[in-house]
Design a protein around this ligand. Structure first.
Ligand SMILES: [Mn+2]
Length: 431
């Protein structure tokens, strides 16, 4: 029996207060969709299947390189992070797994952590390694790189850390390792561009060799930062080449914020899917760079277009199932509220993409009717599927309006008392 952090009676009372309005909106939308030949019940059932992982680092307040302004009741360790993640899943019913980050979340007792997660109705998604910071007591520095360092000892240490992450993940029931490195150079000439990638591939082979048969290794690229002249794994082309070199268990991970402004990300998604190398996503939104803003807060149409490509890929291969994770940094909002909202925004794009009339779209594409093809996508995007998402949540035991139910529960005020601020609280979600 799942242990609920928020009193289930309170959630039920909230839903009861919303029931009549929700039913009316749902029926109105159902009628409209029915005239378009779409069964709202099928869409609601589909929405109920949607799941996106919550990043453990997302439940703490983030920061910038200028400052971090802590929020009240921030989780102080991984067990408190799991509690917050459980709240997000309880109210949205869309985030059944958590993505941990080592060593930030290294548990004293991994078995006990798994039992805590089980009790809360949570599982573990991909684990994330960290070789972009030095940890206390670490023998080798990553100042000049990790998997690509010119120092063989630093590379060996970085490989060993990734293998440790796999071992921990095995105990926790994870099935994937996400690797992002900040390696690169700040000056032309600082690094041999080809040599650095050769070292990366060599190091990555050492990690790949330790992957269990049913695991995937997600290669996450990022255009720039912390290296500002060049990054070793800067783009999807490099990520793709590395994944090809490593083998079938290596896939590319697309973080929506890790591209140059105006990059056509849905095209990257289509390319990686076509060649079997699309492993998963880190969802967030951005205006200028790797801003890690809330998913769907800046460009919800782009998010929709990404899911439109995923819907196309799923039609071609029903077994296609990339990993969905949020990766955000919350500086001015309650992280739990931002993560709930973001999970719903990603779910919204998933449902909207299911609304695209694919037969009509294919006909317009075949007939070179650009205007009607674009309108076919816009018609799905403009459909407000909020009643479907709310009904899916209520039917799955969540809240009709997660943020309203969360605020009414007083959870943040309660944990603010139980969790006094801790000096030097953990890192900001920057990857
Ligand atoms: Mn990321």
């Amino acid at each position: 029996m799942t242990q609920h952090i928020i009193d289930a009676v309170q959630v039920e009372q909230h839903n009861a207060s919303q029931r009549a309005t929700l039913q009316a909106d749902y029926d109105a939308l159902g009628g409209m969709l029915s005239r378009r030949g779409v069964d709202i019940e099928a869409l609601t059932a589909k929405a109920q299947t949607f799941a996106v992982a919550v990043p453990s680092w997302g439940v703490g307040t983030g920061g910038t390189r200028f400052a971090r302004f802590p929020g009240k009741g921030e989780p102080r360790d991984v067990t408190e992070k799991l509690q917050d993640c459980a709240v997000i899943h309880q109210l949205t019913r869309a985030t059944p797994t958590v993505s941990l980050h080592f060593p930030w979340d290294k548990p004293a007792d991994p078995q006990a952590l798994r039992q805590q997660a089980d009790a809360l109705g949570l599982g573990f998604d991909a684990v994330n390694s960290n070789t972009f910071q030095d940890q206390a007591g670490q023998a080798q520095t990553y100042k000049f790189g990790s998997l690509t360092a010119t120092s063989a000892a630093a590379r060996e240490q970085a490989v060993a850390h990734n293998i440790d992450c796999i071992e921990l993940g095995k105990v926790l029931g994870s099935k994937g390792l996400t690797v992002w490195v900040g390696d690169g150079a700040n000056f032309p000439g600082q690094s041999n561009l080809r040599g650095a990638l050769e070292r990366y591939i060599d190091s990555a082979r050492g990690i790949y060799a330790a992957l269990p048969a049913d695991w995937l290794m997600y290669i996450e690229h990022k255009l720039f930062e912390p290296a500002f002249y060049c990054s070793v794994i800067a783009d999807w082309g490099t990520s793709f080449a590395v994944a090809q070199q490593l083998g079938d268990k290596a896939k590319c991970l697309v973080d929506l914020g890790h591209h140059a402004p105006n990059t056509n990300i849905e095209m990257i998604v289509a390319r990686l899917a076509q060649f079997g190398k699309l492993g998963g996503f880190h969802f967030n939104d951005s205006k200028y760079g790797d801003d890690d803003l809330d998913s769907g807060s800046i460009d919800p149409f782009q998010l929709f277009l990404v899911f439109n490509e995923l819907a196309d890929a799923t039609l071609r291969n029903p077994a296609f199932s990339p990993a969905y994770m949020l990766d955000q940094s919350h500086n001015v909002t309650d992280p739990i509220e931002s993560l709930m909202n973001s999970a719903v925004e990603v779910q919204r794009a998933f449902v909207q993409a299911s609304l695209v009339d694919r037969a009509a779209l294919a006909a317009f594409q075949e007939g070179n009717d650009a205007l009607q093809a674009a309108q076919t996508l816009k018609r799905a995007f403009r459909t407000d599927v909020s009643p479907i998402l709310a009904m899916a949540r209520v039917r799955s035991g969540g809240a009709a309006d997660p943020v309203a139910a969360y605020r009414a529960s007083g959870y943040r005020e309660q944990v603010a008392v139980k969790r006094p601020p801790k000096a030097g609280a953990s890192g900001s979600g920057i990857v």
